[in-house]
Design a protein around this ligand. Structure first.
Ligand code: ATP
Length: 624
């Protein structure tokens, strides 16, 4: 039988398909299974318009079998099959998709959507096989044909015998080379995992004979091998199923099966969107932080499917960074795929899906916060930091999306509260949202700077994470209420006592002298309005707080950014009397007191002191 030559363009394309289109050889199996699934779909569609065709779901399946000895891998289906002419036109001519023609001819838009469209997938078989045989019998025909090819040189078509309608694709798997292991395409367990990875949600059963072992007769010691036919794909993906029929357990099982995490998700989100772009998605909010989450190695993204076929393991464009903890899967028929189905041709559709997903996640997190506080707090303890970074990064452009999802520890409630809750219970005369920063709730709670605001009965948010104050500054305000640090110069609270200026002017000279002693360590020394029981504290007058200075100076590119510090003295404290006395009578003692008070203020603030030895010596001198 004369070998027919491929057309010249076909030869060139064949070369490209075999060598360049796909980054991963195992994808050939996905392509052949998709073709089989399309072939069965075509029969299904035929049954819709032709009364003589009956479609019993049980009769349709795809079978994968391996003959290791002869290096043969066979993919069989009970689909529509191909006539001699179709073998010639659809297989013999590359980039000619019989499936696309079928789709156009039958005006199919949805439902069982045919996967093939480019007319190249079949040739990916030549990435792993040096010989491919197709044996096919078309529906409605009593003749079968065999198409054979060793690749680029051409193909033959001959009549043959085949009992039932459908197609067998038989690959002679290449011999392994030093660089490439082809044995894995003859290994049933590996083949099974490739099917699970790419074709798990093909709607027809994909069957395989799986080797198992069992104890030999009565002898429990000896085992014998046997094969059993198994359906290896899950078939109906969870996102295609009706939400009302699914239980919480079903979603949890899916989360486990897909290995999204070892924890249990705090929430699942099932989306069935129709509109400009239709897609389905099942997303999860995990409870616990993956071990690599806060490292560079962590890759965000959702699994992306088109018509139940996996396109991308992790599509990063589907999630904003601040929601990078979300796991799950998206399936859309409306994607423009590139020819290898490993990428998308344009990202307009992905952008639309991503926007929809972002809004949905936000809405669902908000509802978790309002309706299931316990679980929200579990989530927030794991991923709150990520949300706060989200507020701060990209010049604050996402603060509107995220601000209602933030929680901070409250001085009044002694638990985490939202900004909405804080503002809703602000007394009428309270102008600002107050916050205090420090390493831990305990430490912040003891800060002298908080005394006055607390005494006034106002709530203070305790910011204990590095990112907190940066996020707060980026927000600037919430519902038109500005954020105010309890250490900032003007607290916006009437004290009812002598004003700061009055106290200041009384002791102006002495404070001036203290500033002279401390030189550029502080910007100013003044009487404090905020202190009640403590003698001294540091306040900050500029935009950069002392906490921010600490963080910035610990960064690798430390640019020596300093907070404008003010040393505040409590003029109502008994220590102030001693200070005043020293100022009037003993200049050395006055210098000593000034140093000690300044260093104490630094210690309270968690700042390291310049010369700890001198400081302890000074304390000892006072004790003498
Ligand atoms: N198992 C099969 N049964 C029936 N027809 C088949 C089978 N495999 C391939 N075909 C026919 O051969 C054509 C070419 O297949 P090929 O895999 O190269 O491209 P495709 O599936 O149309 O598109 P894509 O490259 O997007 O997968 C198909 O469109 C279909 O008409």
């Amino acid at each position: 039988m004369a070998t027919k030559q491929f057309q010249a363009e076909t030869k060139r394309l064949l070369d490209i398909v075999i060598n360049s289109i796909y980054s991963n050889k195992e994808i050939f199996l996905r392509e052949l299974i998709s073709n089989s699934s399309d072939a069965i779909d075509k029969l299904y569609y035929k049954s819709l318009s032709d009364d003589s065709v009956t479609f019993n779901q049980e009769d349709y399946y795809i079978k994968i079998s391996v003959d290791k000895e002869n290096r043969r891998l066979k993919i069989s289906d009970t689909g529509i099959g191909m006539t001699e002419e179709e073998l010639e036109n659809n297989i013999g001519v590359i980039a000619k998709s019989g499936s696309l023609d079928f789709k156009k001819l039958n005006n199919l838009k949805d439902g069982r959507d045919i996967i093939g469209q480019f007319g190249v997938g079949f040739y990916s078989a030549f990435m792993v096989a040096d010989e491919v045989t197709i044996v096919s019998k078309a529906f409605g025909s009593d003749k079968a044909y065999k198409w054979e090819s060793e690749g680029i040189e051409g193909y033959t078509i001959t009549p043959c015998e085949k009992e039932s309608v459908g197609t067998d694709i038989i690959l002679k798997i290449k011999e392994s080379t030093e660089d490439e292991d082809y044995e894995k395409y003859l290994d049933e367990h590996n083949l099974k995992s490739i099917v699970k990875k790419y074709s798990d949600f093909i709607r027809y059963p994909i069957k395989m004979d799986i080797t198992k072992s069992k104890p030999k007769d009565d002898n429990e010691e000896e085992y014998e091998e046997y094969t059993e036919e198994e359906t290896v794909n899950s078939r109906v993906p969870i996102w295609e199923r009706n939400k009302n029929e699914l239980t919480e357990e079903d979603y949890k099982n899916f989360y486990r099966e897909r290995q999204y995490g070892f924890d249990e998700p705090v929430k699942h989100i099932h989306i069935n969107a129709e509109g400009t772009i239709s897609f389905k998605a099942v997303l999860f909010i995990p409870e616990r932080v993956p071990f690599d989450f806060y490292t560079k190695e962590y890759e965000k993204g959702l699994e992306l499917y088109s018509n139940g076929v996996l396109i991308m393991d992790k599509c990063p464009e589907l999630l904003p960074d601040y929601f990078s903890f979300v796991k799950g899967v998206v399936d859309s028929e409306d994607l423009s795929l590139n020819i290898s189905r490993e990428m998308l041709q344009q990202d307009r559709q992905v952008k639309l899906i991503a926007k929809n997903i972002k809004n949905k996640i936000k809405k669902e997190l908000k509802s978790l916060l309002n309706n299931d506080r316990e679980n929200y707090e579990k989530f927030f303890n794991s991923f709150g930091t990520q949300l706060k970074y989200g507020v701060y990064s990209d010049f604050g452009q996402n603060k509107e999306v995220l601000q209602d999802l933030l929680l901070f520890y409250s001085s009044k409630e002694s638990k985490l509260v939202s900004l909405e809750e804080y503002v809703s219970r602000m007394p009428e005369d309270q102008k600002y949202i107050y916050y205090a920063t420090g390493e831990s709730v305990d430490k912040v709670d003891k800060l002298p700077q908080t005394e006055f605001v607390k005494e006034k009965g106002y709530e203070i948010l305790y910011l204990t994470e590095e990112v907190d104050e940066f996020a707060i500054k980026m927000m600037g305000s919430y519902e038109e209420k500005e954020f105010k640090s309890v250490s900032s110069k003007d607290l916006g609270i009437e004290s009812g006592e002598d004003s700061e200026e009055q106290k200041e002017s009384e002791h102006k000279e002495m404070f001036g002298k203290m500033k002279e002693i401390l030189s550029d360590k502080v910007k100013t020394v003044r009487a404090s309005e905020r202190l009640k029981n403590h003698p001294v504290c540091l306040a900050n007058d500029g935009e950069i707080s002392i906490e921010m200075e600490k963080i910035l100076s610990s960064m690798p590119n430390n640019q020596n950014i300093q907070a404008e510090k003010a040393l505040e003295i409590n003029v109502n404290h008994e220590v102030f009397e001693s200070l005043k006395e020293a100022y009037e009578q003993d200049k050395d003692k006055f210098k000593l007191y000034t140093d000690v008070l300044y260093n104490q203020a630094c210690l309270i603030e968690g700042l390291s002191i310049d010369d700890p030895v001198e400081y302890t010596n000074n304390v000892c001198k006072i004790m003498n």
